[in-house]
Design a protein around this ligand. Structure first.
Ligand code: PLP
Length: 388
């Protein structure tokens, strides 16, 4: 078999190749301009090439890029302190290079905290927690893991937003419950307040860790700094990644200090996690996010986007929180075809399910950009209908 690309075929062949980005705009290698309402899958929360992040990277690249975690470096602890403050305080952070690794850290921490025999992690059907072997098994989508059996044991899945189902799965072998505030990859399905509050109560009663995966929902996207803050609960462990570096790979696993204490020197490590270059980017990202009050902006822009999407007769329902939104299309309209037609109109969105589009513009998005995106979507619906 002859390879047609130097890349492994894990993704479908790309429709376009992007070479430049600025704010909400992207340009392809033929000079065409696009409005980006996906933000690299909820990553570039401050838009592309944000000047403060670019400057922080340039300065850090000329100062110190890497020394290993055997030594102290400066930006990392500062970022950890800011994350801890935004999460309410009293916790400690382990830095990673991705969301999956942040969840791996959480899973290992739960096992170390629980001890032998109390190691099971219960997660929800429809969830997504990553592609490493353990986070793949935590992911409640069996079709994604079937080909990779045998997977690490110690994972159990229950129906989403169903507290009785969760309660039924809790036995003395369970160390932790791991859930997303909004299932992003699973179709943009928000949790209910009752669900999150019920999980907190059950975990307190049974001595189980409540771990929240905020890899996609964290850092302002939902209209709060972290999605679980909508529900008035404080988890024991929170993971985050995507928006933290605005595209520079960095993730974090935060845990209450009394839980983080289960890790001692030698228990967990990573060569790059929290290294100065990535941490300098995260420090600049958090400074801009706080200065711009991105949660408030995301809540307001999210309401505008939701109303604008719902006004189109091709949309049956809009769901989500803040600027993490899905437009459920009316029967018969294929989301994959609409996303393709939108790209041809110069709008980047994705089909999060075969019948729903996901929109996750940057958190500084303007009303004009939202109006423009909805016009391009209207043209995309029309193009799909015309070709049917
Ligand atoms: N957890 C959630 C909720 C995610 O949405 C994702 C990625 O989409 C991950 C974990 C995995 O993150 P990464 O792709 O950075 O490993």
């Amino acid at each position: 078999m002859t390879a047609t690309s130097p890349l492994m075929p894990t993704y479908p062949p790309p429709a376009v190749t992007f070479v430049k980005g600025k704010g909400a705009r992207l340009w392809d290698d033929e000079g065409n301009e696009y409005l980006d309402f996906l933000s690299g899958l909820a990553v570039t929360g401050l838009g592309h090439s944000h000047p403060a992040v670019a400057q922080a990277l340039a300065i850090q690249a000329q100062t110190l890029v890497h020394t290993s975690n055997l030594f102290g470096t400066l930006p990392g602890p500062e970022v950890a302190g800011t994350l801890d403050r935004l999460l309410g305080g009293g916790g400690q952070v382990f830095f990673t290079n991705s969301g999956a690794e942040a969840n791996e850290c959480a899973i290992k921490l739960a096992r170390k905290w629980g001890g032998r025999g109390k190691h099971v992690v219960v997660s929800a059907l429809g969830s997504f927690h990553g592609r490493t072997l353990a986070t793949l098994h935590a992911t409640g989508q069996p079709q994604k893991w079937e080909a990779f059996q045998p997977l690490p044991e110690g994972f159990r899945h229950v129906a989403w937003n169903d507290l009785d189902a969760l309660e039924g799965a809790l036995d003395p072998s369970v160390a932790a419950v791991l859930v997303e505030p909004v299932q992003g990859e699973g179709g943009v399905n928000p949790a209910t307040s009752e669900y999150f509050q019920g999980i907190r109560r059950l975990c307190d009663e049974r001595g189980i860790l409540f771990m929240v995966d905020e890899v996609q929902t964290g850092l302002g996207r939902t209209g709060e700094w972290f999605g679980h803050q909508h529900f008035g609960v404080v988890p024991d462990v929170v993971t985050t990644a995507k928006a933290l570096g605005n595209g520079v790979p960095i993730g974090a696993c935060w845990a209450k200090a009394e839980v983080a204490w289960a890790f001692q020197p030698g228990d967990h490590a990573t060569t790059y996690g929290g290294q100065p270059l990535a941490a300098a980017a995260a420090r600049a990202v958090l400074a801009v996010m706080e200065a711009e009050d991105v949660p408030t902006r995301a809540a307001k822009a999210g309401a505008t986007l939701t109303a604008a999407l719902a006004a189109d007769p091709h949309v049956a329902e809009v769901r989500g929180l803040g600027l993490l939104v899905a437009a459920q299309l009316v029967d018969g309209l294929d989301a994959g075809l609409v996303a393709k037609a939108a790209l041809e109109q110069g709008l980047v969105v994705n089909a999060v399910t075969p019948t729903a589009l996901r929109l996750a513009p940057n958190l500084l998005v303007t009303d004009e950009e939202i109006a423009e995106a909805c016009e391009k979507l209207a043209a995309a619906y029309a193009a799909v209908e015309a070709s049917a």
